[in-house]
Design a protein around this ligand. Structure first.
Ligand code: ATP
Ligand code: MG
Length: 554
């Protein structure tokens, strides 16, 4: 596809450039740190492209690290889906994937170090009291009665916590920083809590788990990450990040830089909301083609190149904004316009009988697979006396703007002949059932000999040879640009986000592979869905055609 400048520039790359020039770093190491508590979405793709892209362009490395400090919400299925999605996007992480849980021993050691330095204490206050003592944005917090417990006692108590002698919630380990700080995260944050939970990596080894803020910075430092890139909501937490790194004995001093999250119109990108969509069965699963997940986009027919290109186009800044869905759609359209073979499929079939066509005859017509790429070759289209066309491509009467089939007028069947509608047969409801036509046998691959002008071209499928197919027309999942801003985002789900058609596709598609992209001429880009069976094809609409295409005939 037509790519924008292959090497993007942004404020983070400028920082990297500067750090290399000044000699602060000789090489660059980044990481992508997902929590394995859901599937990756297009917002994560932005972070993946940034982290892996920088590593690639600066000959550095990028780690894949699962931030797995919440055992109850995590799952090995999520781990596997995330690895799969990162690979699918075309990125390779440095060595094996890592887990924060790989560092639980070291993290525990650093917690002990903080206690020894008088910088952490075990707090037995109950949760309500702790919340009370935290203060508010306008009022400083109060010191916990446990804040000045001796180092020895704290060491003993933390050892007891670790040994499983206390119940969940009975006490926590807190960093001793500043209860009057303007940054709430600095008001003696909890760094360890008790959880009697089975962990997907460490099993039942631990009953104390480190908190995210404590874990993340130390994991970065252990891995020698030079630039720790995260989204803006962690801006305040940078104080805590730096405080921890400053106060423990560790060589590397990674720096955190924040950029704005991707927000995309007509969808939601909060994992909590995505989980809700799945759990409440509003969609068929994480890979429902309407989901903004990587798995959903893939099943919908998006290519890795289109997602990566989208991430390039949106860029990386500190500005919060909402990206138009049409920008994502443009990326896949541009890609598929070049790469997808053409085919014909009729979504709402109506039958045509060509009365002057020889009974029982079948012709094998040839059609190019791609209008501007001869290397893609051609295919055979069987043609016979009965063909199916799109119901909306026929009108009994119409003005000149309607360049399709009209009673008494001519139109070209794409890759085939010019036909003329002679009369129609209707059912009791008055719906057109059959259109009787004649054809001009001298118009295959050429204009009518007498100079008649036939402007319209419509697509068709041989009634005898076409294969019935379930065609799933997907649209935006929500009816409003910013569903997350609604009181009840589920109330704005688009009831038309999935419309199923019983269509007919040309026989060549019988052997299409799952995921294989194809342009159904005049109707859009589609791909074969994994729900397909040998006797039941299913196609997903990835995206409609460019407006200029859609205008044909109207
Ligand atoms: P949520 O807030 O929906 O729970 P998360 O940010 O907690 O998502 P993580 O698995 O922690 O999800 O994210 C991994 C990385 O991806 C983090 O560095 C995070 O900043 C980044 N990320 C998550 N969502 C977006 C987004 N919408 N745009 C850009 N980066 C994102
Ligand atoms: Mg997170």
């Amino acid at each position: 596809m037509a790519e924008t400048d292959s090497r993007p520039t942004n404020f983070i790359r400028q920082i990297v450039d500067k750090d290399l020039q000044s000699g602060l770093h000789q090489s660059i190491c980044t990481r992508f740190p997902p929590e394995p508590n859901g599937y990756l979405h297009i917002g994560h793709a932005k972070s993946i492209c940034l982290n892996f892209g920088i590593a690639e362009d600066y000959q550095g490395t990028c780690n894949l690290r699962f931030d797995d400090t919440n055992p109850e919400k995590e799952d090995i299925d999520f781990v596997n889906s995330i690895k799969n999605d990162v690979h699918w996007l075309g990125f390779e992480w440095n060595g094996a994937e890592r887990y924060s849980s790989n560092y639980f021993d070291q993290l525990h050691g650093y917690a002990v170090e903080l206690i020894q330095k008088g910088l952490a204490y075990v707090d037995f206050s109950n949760q309500d009291d702790m919340r009370e003592m935290r203060g508010t944005l306008t009022q400083p917090g109060k010191h916990s009665p446990y804040r000045d417990t001796s180092v020895e006692t704290n060491l003993t108590e933390f050892a007891k916590m670790t040994a499983g002698e206390y119940t969940e919630g009975h006490c926590v380990l807190r960093a001793k920083i500043d209860m009057a700080s303007a940054f709430m995260c600095m008001r003696d944050p909890v760094i360890y809590r008790i959880r009697f939970a089975h962990h997907h990596q460490t099993g039942d080894k631990w009953c104390v788990y480190p908190m995210y803020d404590f874990t993340h910075c130390i994991s970065d430092a252990i891995e020698g990450i030079t630039h720790s890139l995260c989204t803006l909501e962690f801006q305040d937490n940078r104080r805590l990040y730096d405080w921890v790194i400053e106060n423990i004995t560790i060589e590397a001093k990674p720096r955190q830089y924040e950029f704005s999250r991707l927000n995309l119109e007509y969808t939601v990108l909060s994992k909590r909301k995505l989980i809700q969509l799945v759990d409440e069965k509003q969609v068929s699963g994480w890979d429902d083609p309407r989901m903004p997940t990587i798995a959903g986009l893939r099943r919908r027919g998006y290519t890795p190149a289109s997602v990566v290109e989208f991430c390039k186009r949106i860029g990386v800044t500190k500005m919060d904004n909402m990206v138009e869905m049409s920008m994502l759609e443009a990326c896949i359209r541009e890609d598929l316009n070049e790469s997808a073979n053409r085919a014909m499929a009729v979504l709402d079939p109506v039958k045509i009988v060509i009365e002057n066509y020889p009974e029982g005859q079948t012709e094998q017509l040839q059609a190019a697979n791609h209008p501007n790429d001869e290397t893609k070759g051609s295919r055979i289209l069987p043609f016979g006396k009965q063909v199916l066309i799109e119901a909306e491509d026929f009108r009994e009467e119409a003005n000149k703007k309607f360049k399709r089939l009209v009673l008494g007028k001519e139109v070209r069947l794409r890759n085939a002949y010019v036909i003329k509608a002679e009369r129609v047969e209707k059912d009791e409801q008055g719906e057109v059932k059959t259109i009787y036509c004649t054809y001009d046998a001298d118009t295959l691959g050429k204009d009518p000999a007498d100079g008649r002008k036939v402007k319209g071209v419509i697509h068709w499928v041989s009634a005898e040879h076409g294969i019935p197919a379930e065609i799933r027309l997907y649209d935006r999942l929500f009816t409003v640009p910013n569903p997350a801003a609604q009181e009840d985002f589920l109330a704005t789900i688009n009831p038309q986000s999935l419309v199923v058609k019983n269509g007919v596709v040309e026989p060549n598609l019988q052997h299409a592979e799952v995921g294989q992209a194809v342009q159904f001429e005049r109707t859009g880009y589609f791909c074969k869905d994994k729900d397909s069976q040998p006797d039941h094809l299913v196609f997903n609409r990835t995206v409609g055609l460019r407006d200029t295409w859609a205008k044909i005939g109207d």
